[in-house]
Design a protein around this ligand. Structure first.
Ligand code: AMP
Ligand code: GLY
Length: 418
């Protein structure tokens, strides 16, 4: 089969790597891909959805897998399916679960899914009044897509007013900030629960934990994610069915009530509060860097399960190994702010996977070309040894302009040894 993967980050390299293990694959394409994917298959420099469609038709692509949220929210799945092409991911209507935080909160409220109390506001003055009459600890979110940057966690009323000024007044995230969601601030460990959803079938992958802040001890600015590990002990195997029953099932049902069928990966960002698990957000795709730890632990053939999910013929569970996986993201110095590009990267033979994100390949050499550059992923029989293995490999990767966190997995390790 000829398979096209849309996207060019660490997630897409990982998806492509896992797909490439299937003996049914004859050729992999990535649009646009990165330095790492150019070794697995062929990168094609396409960004407009119509160009992707034309390419898929011309090359007789048998199956397409979509990585990032933007093309999903823009309706790439509808576009391909209208032309009779097979593509894995939710429709434009279903992708609104990530594309509009207001829509997502409304669905959760109607479905009685536990989440932070909230207000949806599209008037700047009304939003200011809401902040002035509420507690000190609020979270202000641009409703639309803002490349993961549209959430501002505020520790005082003044910070919340500044957040509103930035989002609604100065339009820092453009149209995405026309509507805001203001939420109560929740406290607890965060876990990422990703599940394959195919109609009423909901099959979870292993739960993982992302590390969103740039520096050790969860300090510094928010990033796309600086590392992850799976499984996380903050959501035990016995608790997973509860999450499926209380979060995923009612959400999918509520969408169905609205006439929207869900097919794709549904990602619940869950916070384990003292009052139980609550949903922080939904994403309508694989997480990055969660995918880098979840897929190495999947024992099933990824291509087969994605095709089955697409055809509504999924079995009853995903088979995952008993091992642990840990990913350390190596990022350009300065990320998530401005950074320089073009530094050569030397990757020796390692007993870890090295998934590329912001890299490009030129004449057999790799160079940095983005903020998050690589994710080094070690798999071992427990979390401590997975961490040791990964960092041993990280230290052997040579590049003069990268930094990484030294404490990925530590919260899980500490919790396990309590
Ligand atoms: P989101 O994109 O909605 O997941 O938000 C990004 C990050 O902001 C989350 O991973 C949390 O760390 C934080 N966050 C979002 N909503 C809340 C909330 N209600 N309480 C506490 N932290 C939150
Ligand atoms: N790791 C966070 C995300 O994929 O949105």
């Amino acid at each position: 089969m000829k398979v096209l993967v849309i996207g060019g980050g660490g997630r897409e390299h990982t998806v492509g790597w896992r797909l490439s293990k299937s003996d049914k694959i004859s050729k992999l394409y990535f649009a646009p891909g990165n330095g790492g994917t150019s070794v697995l298959g062929e990168n094609v420099n396409l960004s407009a959805l119509d160009d992707m469609l034309a390419f898929a038709k011309r090359e007789n692509i048998d199956f397409t897998v979509v990585g990032p949220e933007q093309p999903l929210v823009d309706g790439v799945v509808d576009l391909f399916e209208d032309e009779g092409l097979k593509i894995f991911g939710p429709s434009k209507a279903a992708a609104l679960l990530e594309g509009s935080k207001a829509f997502s909160k409304e669905v959760m409220a109607s479905a009685n899914v536990p989440t932070a109390s909230f207000e949806i506001l599209d008037d700047f003055r009304a939003a200011r009044r809401y902040v002035e009459s509420h507690g000190e600890h609020l979270v202000v979110k641009a409703s639309g897509l803002a490349a993961g940057k549209g959430v501002i966690v505020c520790q005082s009323r003044k910070e919340a007013l500044n957040a509103l000024e930035s989002i609604m007044g100065k339009k820092r995230f453009g149209e995405a900030g026309n509507t805001v969601v203001i939420e109560e601030l929740l406290v607890g460990e965060e876990v990422s629960v990703l599940a394959l959803v195919s109609g009423e079938k909901i099959l979870p992958f292993l739960p993982s934990q992302d590390h969103k802040r740039a520096y050790d001890n969860d300090e510094g600015p928010n990033t796309g994610g600086m590392g992850a590990y799976a499984p996380t002990p903050f959501l035990t195997e016995s608790e997973m069915p509860k999450i499926i029953e209380r979060v995923f099932k009612p959400t999918i049902k509520e969408l169905m009530r609205k006439g929207i069928e869900y097919k794709g990966v549904l990602y619940g960002g869950i916070i384990m509060t003292k009052d139980g698990p609550k949903v922080l957000e939904f994403n309508v795709r694989f997480g990055d860097p969660e995918t880098q730890v979840i897929l190495p632990l999947l024992e099933d053939d990824l291509l087969e399960v994605l095709i089955k999910a697409n055809d509504y013929t999924l079995g009853d569970k995903l088979n995952c190994s008993q091992n642990s996986a840990l990913a350390v993201v190596m990022a350009s110095k300065g990320y998530p702010g401005s950074y320089e590009k073009g530094f050569e990267i030397n990757i020796p033979d390692l007993d870890c996977n090295v998934f590329h994100a912001g890299t490009k390949a030129e004449e057999g050499r790799f160079y940095t070309s983005g903020g998050r550059v690589l994710a080094c992923v070690g798999v071992s029989n427990d979390l401590i040894s997975a961490k040791e293995k990964t960092y041993r490999c990280v230290e052997r990767i040579e590049c003069s302009n990268l930094f990484y966190r030294k404490d990925i997995g530590d919260k899980g390790i500490k919790y396990l040894s309590r």
